[in-house]
Design a protein around this ligand. Sequence first.
Ligand SMILES: C[S@@+](CC[C@H](N)C(=O)[O-])C[C@H]1O[C@@H](n2cnc3c(N)ncnc32)[C@H](O)[C@@H]1O
Length: 288
Amino acid sequence: MTGPDDLRDPDALIRRAKRGNPEFDQHFLVDDRVLDRLPSYLPESADRSHVLEIGGGTGALTDRLLAAAPDDGEVTVVERDPDLVAFLRQEFADAVDAGELTVVAGDALEVELPEFSASVSNLPYGASSEIAFDLLPRKRPLVLMFQQEFAERMVAEPGEDDYGRLSVSAQHYADVEIVEHVPADAFDPRPRVDSAVVRCTPRAPEYEVADEAFFLRFVKALFTQRRKTMRNAVRNTAHISGLADPDAVVDAAEESLMSRRAGTVSPAEFAELAALARQVDPGVERGG
Ligand SMILES: C[S@@+](CC[C@H](N)C(=O)[O-])C[C@H]1O[C@@H](n2cnc3c(N)ncnc32)[C@H](O)[C@@H]1O
């Protein structure tokens, strides 16, 4: 493994790789301090034996993940750009030969991901939501860089402007917190927006959900009508939630809940309503 003093210079990696195409979501982190901190944001108890990195780029973060890996630890990096895949395999040939690093070529949403123990990734912005919601259900500690606005929606609480479907869905799987705000000039080429690093520590939610797919679909549906009362939102979105008899759900639910708007409803309250819906609406579409 590489020692901390031998870490690669991110600018030199970009020069050697001759890449950096914003159209391919290639904004490489060039701030050494941020790069050095990223692996340390994993929860202390995290198993670091197999760290997954989505979107390896020119390998600046890969280098830090290899340096932070325990003896016998391994890193897998997934990269879609074939030129960068070739570059990573050449640049990190020693680690690849030693079995410490595997470079997987392909789209992270299409390739089969390995059984990783944790992930630290500076995600491609264009696919960050899909990738995050592919990783979250796997219940592993995650440290992920997102566009700041997206990160703020993930961590928002009921009653806050940013609270929505994204907050409920992410917090269903994990405790999520922003651990660092990262300005656009930490990247090359510079993106148009600032970023933030989110730590996701998996845990069971504090409520019971019998049909996870229905719960998530119901929440998605209700937030499409976030300016309406819950009563109207339940009635107007049956085509999305899969309710067969939305009126039965409205009639059975607490009047006080039906008068509120989705943005004030807690995840536990959504879960309770979803359970009630399955009880009073036998025709509800199950699963996903
Ligand atoms: C924001 S850059 C991060 C690069 C590097 N890890 C860093 O921190 O500098 C995202 C990387 O993901 C790659 N990428 C984009 N879409 C991808 C996808 N669907 N699957 C895998 N890699 C992808 C891009 O080619 C780019 O190298």
